[in-house]
Write a protein of this length. Structure first.
Length: 126
């Protein structure tokens, strides 16, 4: 995880606006469809507790990006099931996605546009 944080820091210093973890992406419409059909998918919000309280995708599970290592057992049963990760703009989600892949999670996706786009498109939130 420290290696991932180091790389993300370098990208920030270089002026990159997003962290590319190399995982598949999921569109907002694809995620909405999965929510509506109650598909078996973990929607993982890795923002801070305050950000999560201010609004999040319906059914999202909150796991602060700084606590993923210590709380990974909470999502262990999704190791071989679909997980879509998002944060505000993509950087923290990218770090978490890389870590989950290192831990053997096999079906990781990144939500295109993250929370910023979800909110700006006035999609459902809790």
């Amino acid at each position: 995880m420290l290696r991932t944080l180091y790389i993300a820091s370098l990208l920030l210093l270089a002026g990159c606006s997003a962290f590319d973890s190399g995982v598949a992406s999921m569109t907002q419409q694809e995620l909405l469809q999965r929510i509506e059909t109650k598909a078996d998918i973990l929607i993982l919000d890795v923002r801070t507790p305050g950000e999560f309280r201010s609004g999040h995708i319906p059914g999202a599970y909150h796991l602060d990006h700084r606590q993923v290592e210590s709380r990974i057992g909470e999502i262990e049963h999704y190791r071989n099931r679909p997980v879509v990760v998002y944060c505000l703009s993509g950087i923290r989600a990218g770090m978490v996605e890389s870590y989950l892949i290192e831990q053997g999670f096999t079906q990781i996706s990144h939500l295109q546009g993250d929370w910023a786009a979800w909110e700006s498109n006035t999609l459902p939130s809790e």
